[in-house]
Ligand binder design. Structure first.
Ligand SMILES: [Zn+2]
Length: 328
């Protein structure tokens, strides 16, 4: 029988899942799932408010609902404005929450929308969601590279303090983003192509380029991007370890991508085969590593000899470092 490693030392670590998918509906029946994350010991979480297929008015309604819910439950949750809010949440046992946008379509090609979303708590935005858009290429499309408007968006993101992300983005565009930015760029929820071949997983050259910017690759808990039919915690560890062996423990983190309403997720995928081509494996049965199983990922790292300091970085301190460097 395998002995579970002792992990009481984890109690004072910052644990930050940098991408979670609550239902994209302004409905109070749904956000109570946040309590699962707090009860599971997470310090901070980044909630998605929409992606390139969702409508702008829905993005705004969902964002208003999330902010309102957090505000009405301030005994348990903190809306993140600064890095200090995350440290304060840790001290008080609350869950700190910020937001992300998967793709730039919500900007409506209007640069000033970057600051608008930042002011409302959106702390990272990825470039293009699977398909090309006005800033660049998606990973399921013919990627023609970063556009002049894309460069302007990145400049504005840097000015206001929003972290650029290249998950779901085409490989060429991602490389051009990292060459352009001159600061940390993340892959909020992307796994390693060398460990499991899938268009959503990224090649080693992008992982090395991300590390060179000071960024972080957040490992995803979606079974579609791991080895299906195996233990997800062990598979996540294999991707974490691939990054660690290549660029060290400073450039990998968690971006679980956990979906709280699978029927909404299945409806999106079924309605948009161009964004999620069935022949690329989308639309099949998938499972996700639950937030309650982050300790199992920690156990895998400890079992493989990772020092506590490296584990602390991977479960949250690396995300905190990027936030400290980029947020205003
Ligand atoms: Zn995603």
């Amino acid at each position: 029988m395998i002995k579970t490693p002792e992990r009481s030392w984890l109690a004072d670590a910052i644990i930050w899942d940098n991408h979670a998918c609550m239902p994209l509906r302004p409905d109070d029946r749904f956000l109570p799932q946040l309590e699962r994350c707090r009860a599971a010991g997470q310090t901070a979480i980044t909630l998605n408010i929409g992606f390139d297929l969702t409508r702008f008015d829905d993005n705004i309604r969902v964002l208003a609902h999330f902010r309102n819910f957090i505000d009405r439950h301030s005994d348990r949750y903190i809306l993140i404005r600064t890095v200090e809010d995350i440290l304060a949440a840790k001290r008080s046992g609350k869950l700190a929450i910020c937001f992300d946008l998967e793709g730039t379509r919500a900007l409506g090609d209007q640069l000033s929308m970057v600051e608008f979303f930042y002011d409302l708590g959106v702390r990272w935005m990825l470039m293009a969601y699977n398909l090309n858009n006005s800033v660049g290429g998606g990973c399921q499309d013919e990627d023609r590279g970063l556009t002049p408007f894309g460069r302007a968006v990145l400049d504005e993101m840097r000015r206001v303090g929003m972290v650029p992300c290249c998950s779901h983005t085409g490989w060429r565009t991602a490389m051009e983003v990292m060459e352009h930015v001159g600061g940390p760029v993340i892959f909020s929820h992307s796994n390693c192509h060398a460990v499991y071949v899938h268009p959503r997983n990224i090649p080693d050259e992008l992982i090395k380029a991300c590390a060179a910017t000071g960024g972080v690759v957040g490992i995803n808990g979606d079974s579609a991007f791991l080895q299906p039919d195996r233990d997800l915690a062990q598979e996540m560890f294999r991707h974490i370890d691939h990054v660690v062996q290549m660029v060290g423990p400073d450039h990998v983190g968690l971006g679980l991508d956990y979906v709280y309403d699978m029927s909404e997720f299945d409806d999106f995928i079924g309605a948009h085969p161009d964004t999620w081509p069935p022949e690329k494996g989308y639309g099949g049965p998938v499972t996700f590593l639950e937030p309650e199983r982050i300790p199992a990922v920690v156990d895998a790292m400890v079992a493989h000899g990772y020092p506590q300091e490296a584990v602390r970085k991977i479960v949250g301190a690396n995300h905190l470092r990027v936030a400290s460097a980029v947020w205003k």
